[in-house]
Design a binder for this molecule. Structure first.
Ligand SMILES: Cc1cc2nc3c(=O)[nH]c(=O)nc-3n(C[C@H](O)[C@H](O)[C@H](O)COP(=O)(O)OP(=O)(O)OC[C@H]3O[C@@H](n4cnc5c(N)ncnc54)[C@H](O)[C@@H]3O)c2cc1C
Length: 287
């Protein structure tokens, strides 16, 4: 089902789950187990990330195609501008169309490992805004995009830049946006006020990262520009080596965060699952 239809027909806020393509067969086996377990919370869609290298890109295609063909769940394929010409993107999109893949999360993407900055490929695109415009010419896809309530790390003008570009993504044809994760809901509420003022009307779905390994989250957040508030350090630091305790607290905190977001009227919650199902299922049941 198309994302635009899923969002417009949802009677209550939807839950969606993001996975990355595993590098090993064992990892892939685990992914299918997780997807099966997640059926119990009826996810509105499953999105699959797109890596910077060739082999993981093929895995994205393989996984979304199999989700579509075998599970009855609605897949969303992430797609980036990294290392691809327009012709290569057009060929991939044609494959997606023939496989019945209707939903694309359009991104610029990050530089591949070992490369400092994103570089535009000759004959390719520099920004998600351009990729979205191109996608609109390539078939009847429903298009999601990314956005950053605390600002993208490269946005020199801060969040104001991200709001301007989100408006451009909407104008170029994005049907909805999914946010980078954040731990303080106030960041999201301020962002939403500003996007409302800027005339952004597409649904903005908050990204939720249940903490399961605090050290990993601190490292990752420094790279992607999500802030880890002092209160979270204070709660997690005393237990950071006890992974079971971290997971339990992560579920408790994310449940509270999601409850407040739902109360505020968000259209859905997008879980960064890190290819695990337990925390997302526990939080959805708590809600
Ligand atoms: C929900 C979500 C899913 C993600 N999935 C993946 C994935 O599957 N694979 C992956 O590699 N990465 C993924 N990422 C990470 C993402 O690729 C990076 O954050 C990347 O650095 C920016 O991608 P973007 O689409 O937001 O880029 P853009 O929107 O192009 O923004 C990149 C930078 O350029 C600026 N900018 C945007 N548009 C313009 C414009 N028209 N002119 C000038 N400047 C502009 C922005 O302010 C920003 O600083 C994801 C992020 C999110 C939030």
């Amino acid at each position: 089902m198309k994302l635009s239809d899923i969002l417009s027909s949802a009677e209550k806020p939807l839950i969606s789950c993001e996975f990355f393509p595993p590098k090993t067969d064992k990892g892939e086996e685990n992914l299918w187990l997780c997807l099966n377990e997640l059926r119990s919370i009826n996810p509105a869609y499953i999105s699959v990330t797109y890596g910077a290298g060739g082999s993981t890109q093929n895995r994205t295609k393989g996984i979304v195609t199999r989700i579509k063909a075998e599970t009855g769940l609605s897949p969303v394929a992430h797609l980036t501008c990294v290392g691809a010409t327009k012709d290569e993107l057009a060929a991939l999109l044609a494959d997606y169309q023939s496989a019945g893949i209707e939903n694309i999360l359009a991104l610029r993407g990050d530089a591949p490992e070992g490369v400092d900055r994103f570089e535009t490929t000759s004959g390719g695109f520099s920004h998600a805004t351009d990729l979205i415009e191109f996608l609109r010419t390539q078939g009847d896809f429903s298009i999601a995009c990314a956005t950053y309530p605390e600002g993208h790390p490269e946005s020199e003008g801060g969040v104001a830049d991200d709001i301007r570009y989100l408006k451009m993504k909407q104008d170029n044809g994005a049907d909805c946006a999914v946010t980078q994760y954040f731990f303080d809901n106030d960041a999201f509420f301020h962002f939403r006020e500003a996007t409302d003022k800027a005339g952004i009307t597409i649904p903005i779905i908050p990204g939720i990262m249940p903490v399961s390994n605090f050290d990993q989250i601190v490292r990752f957040s420094a790279m992607c520009g999500a802030s880890v508030p002092d209160w979270l350090h204070e709660k997690m630091n005393p237990i950071r080596e006890d992974l079971d305790a971290v997971k339990a607290l992560g579920i408790e905190l994310a449940t509270r965060q999601c409850a407040e977001l739902l109360e505020s009227g968000v259209p859905g919650l997008h879980f960064y699952t890190l290819n695990k199902s337990a925390a997302t299922i526990a939080i959805a049941r708590n809600l």
